[in-house]
Design a protein around this ligand. Structure first.
Ligand code: ACO
Length: 327
């Protein structure tokens, strides 16, 4: 039976750039600290009024430009995001309307920085199971809207953007294996906490602070490295390949030091890891999607190559898959 594969990719990054020098004016930090501790030089920030759905739609349209499946024939839309425009309607439904995918069902998936792969694995199952012939998978986050811009521990790390992929059955290559895992024990390590919860019994809550990110960076670092390395190892084993067969690894881009440690622990040459964190910082779910799109465009991934995607995020959640590239 034909495998399921990626047949087109797209991305969207907002124009507005926030450099390390800009951040030096906001908090007590330095370009040197940010680059040496994270690898990040700059990140993108959505325009005022530019919401996650706008970025998701732009990335979807970019992917559809290069896709043999047109918008009107898309049968499922999954949007991975933790920063939807609002709790509902879903971003996926806004995308469905905007691109004119009248035949598609659509819903959002919440898996923080692992969202792109969680959504892709979901899409693969729907296609392999025969319920749909194709799916549009989008990862989009406007993380800058949930940052405490006075907290130097977090505000230097994140940016905004979106990536998209069209999945369908492919004659050659395709997704060879996937793996995903959750560990709720690590849930306290990162989250978005509301200051107070609204209730009809306390009228003072109108002045409550907007929700913002809390993060235990060091503990996340310690969990991310073995979590991602193990995910690559398991996905490779499930695909029946050795990690030495992998020609390109596209990891979640949270910290260049995490990526270097994962490479070492997984036994894969760091040169095989595609890294673009210096340009965009951590774009949450969109990180791996944007990186994959750039890696293919830059010729780092070619037809027949064995590619590993690997992600890790708040939850804790991790995932990896192995793909034999089909175009
Ligand atoms: N500028 C200057 N100094 C800083 C900054 C900053 N922006 N941030 C922290 N520091 C200081 C700290 O206050 C500390 O000072 P002290 O020693 O006087 O107390 C010192 O730098 C070292 O701080 P650490 O937290 O130990 O720095 P570390 O090397 O661990 O780097 C970082 C911090 C970058 C956050 C790292 O731990 C990391 O990347 N962790 C993973 C985070 C992550 O992946 N988050 C996303 C999860 S995925 C998701 O789902 C969204």
């Amino acid at each position: 039976m034909d495998k399921v594969g990626i047949i087109a990719l797209g991305r969207y990054l907002p124009d507005r750039v926030l450099t390390n020098a800009d951040l030096e004016k906001l908090v007590e930090t330095s370009d040197e600290w940010i680059i040496s501790r994270t690898g990040i030089k700059e990140r993108r920030v959505a325009a005022d009024g530019e919401l996650t759905s706008h970025m998701a739609i732009a990335a979807a349209q970019d992917a559809l430009k290069g896709s043999s499946v047109k918008a009107e024939d898309i049968e499922a839309i999954f949007v991975a995001t933790v920063t939807p425009d609002s709790a509902f309607p879903s971003v996926a439904c806004l995308v469905q309307k905007a691109i004119g995918a009248k035949k598609a069902f659509a819903y959002d998936i919440s898996a923080a920085c692992s969202g792109f792969l969680f959504a892709m694995i979901t899409a693969r199952q729907f296609i392999a199971g025969g319920m749909v012939k194709n799916a549009l998978v989008i990862a989009a986050d406007r993380f800058t809207s949930i940052i405490d811009w006075k907290d130097r521990n977090t505000c230097v790390l994140f940016g905004d953007g979106a990536g998209a992929a069209v999945l369908a059955r492919v004659k050659k290559g395709g997704i060879l294996s996937d793996y995903m895992i959750a560990d709720g024990e690590g849930a306290p390590l990162m989250g978005v906490v509301p200051d107070k919860i609204r209730t009809p019994f306390d009228q003072s809550l109108d002045t409550a602070r907007l929700p913002w990110i809390t993060m235990n960076g060091q503990e996340l670092f310690k969990n991310a490295v073995p979590g991602m390395a193990e995910a690559v190892r398991i996905a490779a084993e499930k695909a029946g390949i050795s990690v030495a067969d992998i020609s390109c690894v596209v990891p979640h881009q949270a910290n260049e030091r995490i990526i270097a440690s994962v490479a070492k622990r997984a036994g894969v040459d760091k040169e095989k890891f595609f890294i673009n964190i210096h340009k965009y910082g951590n774009i949450s779910a969109a990180s791996a999607a944007v990186a994959l799109s750039e890696a293919v465009e830059q010729g780092r991934i070619k037809k027949g190559d064995i590619v590993a995607l690997v992600v890790f995020g708040a939850g804790l959640v991790a995932a990896a898959n192995i793909i034999e590239w089909s175009y």
